[in-house]
Design a protein around this ligand. Structure first.
Ligand code: IPM
Ligand code: MG
Length: 362
């Protein structure tokens, strides 16, 4: 198979972690006889520095022309003072919207080797943590009108939260379809006791439920959901929620699995051209020190093989290699237990090298 992958190395630790994922993809290509070619794309702070724009049109076009996009992370304190529309994060939002990837899938699954890294009590972890957050990604408050006005002698800031029925229905379908492929439980998360957009959300989810009799739908208010995720995460199979609630809950969900550095995500729309990235940020404080954890990005590359290129065996091989390296006790700093437990601390490059060394054709 021949595929062209757009690579957005990004800012902070982005370039280091993407490099390791690229080396892993090259090993997969060599083992399985595929050809992966890469197109470098500037996006985020580096694109602001180089082009004066976090996502120039021709960079978006390169992504649209690719078979899928692999992204490290963008942003950093250097660009904190640039105006809203020119921020690095705006490049990411324009990329998501431009690619039409409205469905962001963020798995929260505990690796048994890292169970002790979870901040939750062992008896809660032992009940199992394996759920998926399906986050709406191209609508809601992120894409409403943002403005800061001057009224009655003071500043007033407005962010609009808008959802149409069709936007809710298409992400709802992804939620139901995902639950159908897992344990058949879908929890729709909203704030229908306060927000109109949430009341519409809930209504559409219940209409859809008629079409999916094999899936059990429940509703949960987002504040309660935040509590339930730490109280008993084993109750969740698939959570479907709007953009900002999904942003917040997915950080919480990643933390209970031990490290945000381990979690990949896929963003898909109606085509197979997806956007794959770890869910963590650009961590500028540790950039360039070779201590970042590349596993989230490597697992994002595995998700790309599985969901966009239909290469399940290759994706399995990457995930098995990661598991083998964890079994051998190798850990980057973020997943290193406090007590000496026979674990071996490694840097970003060494973690990548070990995963490649353990990668075999299954
Ligand atoms: C994420 C990030 C982004 C988001 C930021 C960088 C705009 O936090 O992917 O979760 O809020 O969507
Ligand atoms: Mg986030």
């Amino acid at each position: 198979m021949t595929r062209n992958i757009a690579l957005i190395r990004g800012d902070g630790i982005g370039p280091e972690i993407v490099e390791q994922a690229l080396l892993v993809l090259n090993k997969v290509a060599a083992l399985y006889g595929h050809t992966f070619t890469y197109t470098d794309v500037d996006m985020g702070g580096n694109a602001i520095d180089k082009w004066g724009d976090p996502l120039p049109q021709e960079m978006l076009q390169k992504c649209l022309d690719s078979d899928s996009v692999l992204l490290g992370a963008v942003g950093g304190p250097k660009w904190n003072d640039v105006p809203g529309p020119m921020r690095p994060e705006k490049g990411l939002l324009r990329l998501r919207a431009g690619m039409g990837v409205y469905s962001n899938n963020r798995p929260a699954k505990i690796w048994p080797q890292l169970a002790s890294a979870s901040p939750l009590k062992q008896e809660i972890v032992d009940k199992g943590i394996d759920f998926l957050i399906v986050r709406e990604l191209t609508g809601g408050i992120y894409f409403g009108k943002h403005e800061t006005l001057h009224q009655d002698g003071e500043s007033v800031a407005v962010d609009e939260l808008r959802y149409s029925e069709s936007e809710i229905r298409r992400i709802g379908r992804i939620g139901f379809e995902s639950a159908r492929k897992r344990r058949g439980k879908l929890c729709s998360v909203e704030k229908s006791n306060v927000l109109d957009s949430s009341r519409l959300w809930k209504k559409v989810m219940h209409e859809l439920a008629e079409e999916y009799p094999d899936v059990t739908l429940s509703d949960m208010l987002v504040d309660n959901c935040a509590m339930q995720i730490v109280k008993d995460p084993s109750q969740f199979d698939v959570i479907v929620t709007e953009n900002m609630f999904g942003d917040i809950l997915s950080d919480e969900a990643s933390m209970i699995t031990g490290s945000i550095g381990m979690i990949p995500s896929s963003s898909l729309g109606d085509t197979t051209c997806g956007l794959y990235e770890p869910i963590h940020g650009s961590a500028p404080d540790i950039a360039g020190k070779d201590i970042a954890n590349p596993i989230g990005t490597i697992l994002a590359a595995a998700m790309m093989l599985r969901y966009s290129f239909d290469l399940a065996a290759e994706a399995d091989a990457i995930e098995s290699a990661v598991s083998a390296v964890l079994d051998q006790g190798y850990r980057t700093a973020d997943i290193l237990p406090d007590q000496a437990t026979g674990c071996i601390k490694v840097g970003c490059k060494e973690m990548g090298r070990l995963i490649i060394e353990n990668l075999t054709k299954g």
